[in-house]
Design a protein around this ligand. Structure first.
Ligand SMILES: C[S@@+](CC[C@H](N)C(=O)[O-])C[C@H]1O[C@@H](n2cnc3c(N)ncnc32)[C@H](O)[C@@H]1O
Length: 224
Protein backbone atom coordinates (compact mmCIF):
# COMPACT_ATOMS: atom_id res chain seq x y z
CA UNK A 1 0.00 0.00 0.00
CA UNK A 2 1.41 3.43 -0.88
CA UNK A 3 1.27 6.26 1.61
CA UNK A 4 -0.33 9.51 0.50
CA UNK A 5 2.41 12.09 -0.24
CA UNK A 6 0.81 14.50 2.23
CA UNK A 7 -0.89 12.48 4.95
CA UNK A 8 -3.11 14.51 7.28
CA UNK A 9 -1.38 12.99 10.29
CA UNK A 10 2.21 12.80 11.50
CA UNK A 11 3.60 9.32 10.76
CA UNK A 12 5.08 7.22 13.59
CA UNK A 13 8.66 8.51 13.36
CA UNK A 14 7.85 11.95 11.98
CA UNK A 15 7.56 13.00 8.33
CA UNK A 16 11.05 11.78 7.39
CA UNK A 17 11.25 8.61 9.50
CA UNK A 18 11.04 5.01 8.33
CA UNK A 19 8.20 3.11 10.02
CA UNK A 20 10.08 -0.15 9.41
CA UNK A 21 12.51 1.00 12.12
CA UNK A 22 9.81 2.14 14.53
CA UNK A 23 9.91 -0.70 17.06
CA UNK A 24 13.73 -0.60 17.29
CA UNK A 25 13.82 3.17 17.79
CA UNK A 26 11.14 3.07 20.48
CA UNK A 27 12.88 0.23 22.33
CA UNK A 28 16.20 2.09 22.21
CA UNK A 29 15.05 5.62 22.99
CA UNK A 30 12.01 5.44 25.29
CA UNK A 31 12.67 2.76 27.96
CA UNK A 32 9.60 1.21 26.43
CA UNK A 33 9.40 -1.81 28.76
CA UNK A 34 9.06 0.46 31.78
CA UNK A 35 6.32 2.78 30.61
CA UNK A 36 4.38 0.06 28.79
CA UNK A 37 4.40 -2.07 31.98
CA UNK A 38 3.07 0.88 34.00
CA UNK A 39 0.39 1.54 31.38
CA UNK A 40 -0.64 -2.14 31.38
CA UNK A 41 -0.80 -2.25 35.19
CA UNK A 42 -3.01 0.86 35.35
CA UNK A 43 -5.20 -0.42 32.53
CA UNK A 44 -5.80 -3.69 34.42
CA UNK A 45 -7.59 -5.30 31.46
CA UNK A 46 -10.37 -7.80 32.21
CA UNK A 47 -11.80 -10.46 29.91
CA UNK A 48 -15.00 -9.25 28.29
CA UNK A 49 -13.94 -5.61 28.18
CA UNK A 50 -13.76 -3.60 24.98
CA UNK A 51 -10.52 -1.62 24.79
CA UNK A 52 -9.58 0.85 22.06
CA UNK A 53 -6.01 1.95 21.35
CA UNK A 54 -6.05 5.26 19.45
CA UNK A 55 -2.95 5.62 17.26
CA UNK A 56 -2.01 2.00 17.91
CA UNK A 57 0.94 2.10 15.48
CA UNK A 58 2.65 -1.29 15.21
CA UNK A 59 0.23 -2.61 17.88
CA UNK A 60 2.88 -3.26 20.55
CA UNK A 61 0.52 -2.18 23.33
CA UNK A 62 -2.54 -3.90 21.86
CA UNK A 63 -0.60 -7.19 21.58
CA UNK A 64 0.62 -6.89 25.19
CA UNK A 65 -2.95 -6.35 26.39
CA UNK A 66 -4.44 -9.15 24.33
CA UNK A 67 -1.67 -11.53 25.40
CA UNK A 68 -2.37 -10.78 29.06
CA UNK A 69 -6.16 -11.03 28.70
CA UNK A 70 -7.16 -13.00 25.58
CA UNK A 71 -10.85 -12.41 26.35
CA UNK A 72 -10.57 -8.66 25.76
CA UNK A 73 -12.08 -7.22 22.58
CA UNK A 74 -9.01 -5.22 21.48
CA UNK A 75 -9.40 -2.58 18.80
CA UNK A 76 -6.31 -1.01 17.24
CA UNK A 77 -7.14 2.26 15.49
CA UNK A 78 -4.58 4.15 13.38
CA UNK A 79 -4.80 6.32 10.25
CA UNK A 80 -1.67 4.88 8.61
CA UNK A 81 -2.36 1.91 6.31
CA UNK A 82 1.36 1.11 6.08
CA UNK A 83 1.80 0.76 9.82
CA UNK A 84 -1.36 -1.37 9.95
CA UNK A 85 0.35 -3.91 7.67
CA UNK A 86 3.24 -4.18 10.16
CA UNK A 87 0.79 -4.41 13.07
CA UNK A 88 -1.24 -7.15 11.37
CA UNK A 89 1.90 -9.25 10.79
CA UNK A 90 3.03 -8.75 14.40
CA UNK A 91 -0.40 -9.66 15.78
CA UNK A 92 -0.55 -12.81 13.63
CA UNK A 93 2.95 -13.82 14.75
CA UNK A 94 1.95 -13.29 18.38
CA UNK A 95 -1.21 -15.35 17.82
CA UNK A 96 -3.47 -12.48 18.90
CA UNK A 97 -6.72 -11.57 17.16
CA UNK A 98 -6.92 -7.79 17.14
CA UNK A 99 -9.56 -5.75 15.36
CA UNK A 100 -8.18 -2.98 13.18
CA UNK A 101 -9.73 0.32 12.15
CA UNK A 102 -7.89 2.60 9.74
CA UNK A 103 -8.99 6.11 10.68
CA UNK A 104 -7.85 9.29 12.35
CA UNK A 105 -8.38 9.31 16.11
CA UNK A 106 -10.96 12.05 15.81
CA UNK A 107 -12.72 10.68 12.71
CA UNK A 108 -16.44 9.92 12.65
CA UNK A 109 -16.42 6.10 12.94
CA UNK A 110 -19.88 5.43 14.39
CA UNK A 111 -20.56 2.88 11.63
CA UNK A 112 -17.56 0.82 12.80
CA UNK A 113 -17.67 1.50 16.53
CA UNK A 114 -20.71 2.96 18.24
CA UNK A 115 -20.32 5.73 20.82
CA UNK A 116 -20.33 4.40 24.37
CA UNK A 117 -18.85 1.05 23.34
CA UNK A 118 -15.47 1.10 25.08
CA UNK A 119 -14.73 0.20 28.69
CA UNK A 120 -11.25 1.69 28.32
CA UNK A 121 -9.49 3.86 25.77
CA UNK A 122 -5.74 4.29 25.68
CA UNK A 123 -3.37 6.26 23.55
CA UNK A 124 0.42 6.14 23.73
CA UNK A 125 3.01 8.42 22.11
CA UNK A 126 0.37 9.98 19.84
CA UNK A 127 -0.81 13.28 21.30
CA UNK A 128 2.66 14.85 21.53
CA UNK A 129 2.92 14.79 17.75
CA UNK A 130 -0.55 16.27 17.04
CA UNK A 131 -1.46 19.97 16.73
CA UNK A 132 -3.47 21.29 19.69
CA UNK A 133 -6.89 21.16 17.91
CA UNK A 134 -6.21 17.50 17.02
CA UNK A 135 -5.12 16.63 20.58
CA UNK A 136 -8.40 18.13 21.79
CA UNK A 137 -10.54 16.39 19.20
CA UNK A 138 -8.89 13.00 19.86
CA UNK A 139 -9.69 13.45 23.57
CA UNK A 140 -13.28 14.36 22.63
CA UNK A 141 -13.49 11.18 20.52
CA UNK A 142 -12.11 9.09 23.39
CA UNK A 143 -14.80 10.56 25.66
CA UNK A 144 -17.48 9.75 23.10
CA UNK A 145 -16.25 6.17 22.60
CA UNK A 146 -16.23 5.40 26.33
CA UNK A 147 -19.12 4.00 28.33
CA UNK A 148 -20.13 6.05 31.38
CA UNK A 149 -17.67 4.97 34.10
CA UNK A 150 -15.06 4.12 31.45
CA UNK A 151 -11.39 4.95 31.78
CA UNK A 152 -8.94 6.90 29.61
CA UNK A 153 -5.19 6.22 29.83
CA UNK A 154 -2.51 8.28 28.13
CA UNK A 155 1.19 7.44 28.08
CA UNK A 156 3.07 10.24 26.39
CA UNK A 157 5.69 12.92 26.82
CA UNK A 158 4.26 15.24 29.45
CA UNK A 159 5.63 18.15 31.46
CA UNK A 160 9.43 18.15 31.14
CA UNK A 161 10.43 19.19 34.64
CA UNK A 162 14.22 19.40 34.51
CA UNK A 163 16.68 21.12 32.18
CA UNK A 164 18.08 17.70 31.36
CA UNK A 165 14.67 16.29 30.36
CA UNK A 166 13.86 19.44 28.35
CA UNK A 167 17.12 19.00 26.45
CA UNK A 168 16.47 15.30 25.92
CA UNK A 169 12.94 16.00 24.63
CA UNK A 170 14.43 18.26 21.96
CA UNK A 171 15.33 15.10 20.03
CA UNK A 172 11.61 14.32 19.73
CA UNK A 173 10.76 17.96 19.06
CA UNK A 174 13.24 18.10 16.16
CA UNK A 175 11.50 15.08 14.63
CA UNK A 176 7.86 15.82 15.40
CA UNK A 177 7.94 19.62 15.36
CA UNK A 178 8.44 22.27 18.03
CA UNK A 179 4.91 23.66 17.74
CA UNK A 180 2.99 20.40 18.06
CA UNK A 181 5.08 19.16 21.01
CA UNK A 182 5.01 22.39 23.08
CA UNK A 183 1.73 21.83 24.93
CA UNK A 184 2.91 18.40 26.09
CA UNK A 185 6.23 19.79 27.30
CA UNK A 186 4.38 22.51 29.20
CA UNK A 187 2.18 19.97 30.97
CA UNK A 188 -1.12 21.01 29.39
CA UNK A 189 -2.58 17.54 28.69
CA UNK A 190 -4.43 17.31 32.05
CA UNK A 191 -6.25 20.59 31.29
CA UNK A 192 -7.18 19.33 27.84
CA UNK A 193 -8.53 16.12 29.45
CA UNK A 194 -10.66 18.11 31.91
CA UNK A 195 -11.95 20.33 29.10
CA UNK A 196 -12.95 17.23 27.12
CA UNK A 197 -15.25 16.28 30.01
CA UNK A 198 -13.08 13.81 31.93
CA UNK A 199 -13.00 13.56 35.73
CA UNK A 200 -10.42 12.24 38.19
CA UNK A 201 -7.55 13.37 35.98
CA UNK A 202 -4.26 12.19 37.45
CA UNK A 203 -0.61 12.00 36.45
CA UNK A 204 0.11 8.53 37.87
CA UNK A 205 3.80 8.16 37.05
CA UNK A 206 6.71 9.74 35.22
CA UNK A 207 9.35 7.64 33.44
CA UNK A 208 12.62 9.40 32.67
CA UNK A 209 13.94 8.37 29.23
CA UNK A 210 16.77 9.41 26.89
CA UNK A 211 14.19 11.41 24.88
CA UNK A 212 12.37 13.16 27.72
CA UNK A 213 9.99 12.08 30.47
CA UNK A 214 6.93 10.01 29.62
CA UNK A 215 3.93 10.60 31.88
CA UNK A 216 1.10 8.19 32.52
CA UNK A 217 -2.20 10.03 32.83
CA UNK A 218 -5.53 8.46 33.75
CA UNK A 219 -9.05 9.86 33.88
CA UNK A 220 -12.63 8.64 33.98
CA UNK A 221 -15.85 9.44 32.18
CA UNK A 222 -18.17 9.97 35.08
CA UNK A 223 -21.44 8.02 35.27
CA UNK A 224 -24.37 10.29 34.39
C1 LIG B 1 4.76 7.46 17.68
S1 LIG B 1 3.53 6.40 17.06
C2 LIG B 1 2.91 5.59 18.51
C3 LIG B 1 2.40 4.21 18.21
C4 LIG B 1 1.90 3.38 19.39
N1 LIG B 1 0.81 4.01 20.08
C5 LIG B 1 2.99 3.07 20.38
O1 LIG B 1 2.78 3.22 21.59
O2 LIG B 1 4.06 2.60 19.94
C6 LIG B 1 2.24 7.53 16.72
C7 LIG B 1 1.08 6.88 15.96
O3 LIG B 1 0.01 7.83 15.95
C8 LIG B 1 -0.63 7.75 14.72
N2 LIG B 1 -1.32 9.02 14.51
C9 LIG B 1 -0.84 10.19 14.07
N3 LIG B 1 -1.82 11.11 14.02
C10 LIG B 1 -2.95 10.49 14.46
C11 LIG B 1 -4.30 10.91 14.62
N4 LIG B 1 -4.69 12.15 14.30
N5 LIG B 1 -5.18 10.01 15.10
C12 LIG B 1 -4.80 8.75 15.42
N6 LIG B 1 -3.53 8.30 15.27
C13 LIG B 1 -2.63 9.17 14.79
C14 LIG B 1 0.50 7.47 13.72
O4 LIG B 1 0.01 6.88 12.53
C15 LIG B 1 1.39 6.52 14.52
O5 LIG B 1 1.09 5.19 14.29
Amino acid sequence: MTKSPTPDFTPALGPRGSIGLYDHVIALLTREKQWRAKLLAALAPENGETIVDIGAGTASMAILIKTKRPGVRMIALDPDPDIRLIAEKKAAKAGTDLEFITALGDAEIDDQLAPGTADKVLTSLVLHQCPIPVKKSILASAFRLLKPGGMLLIADYGRQRSVFMKLAFNLVRLTDGFDDTRANKDGRLPDFMLNAGFSNVQERSVTLTPTGSISLYTATKQEA
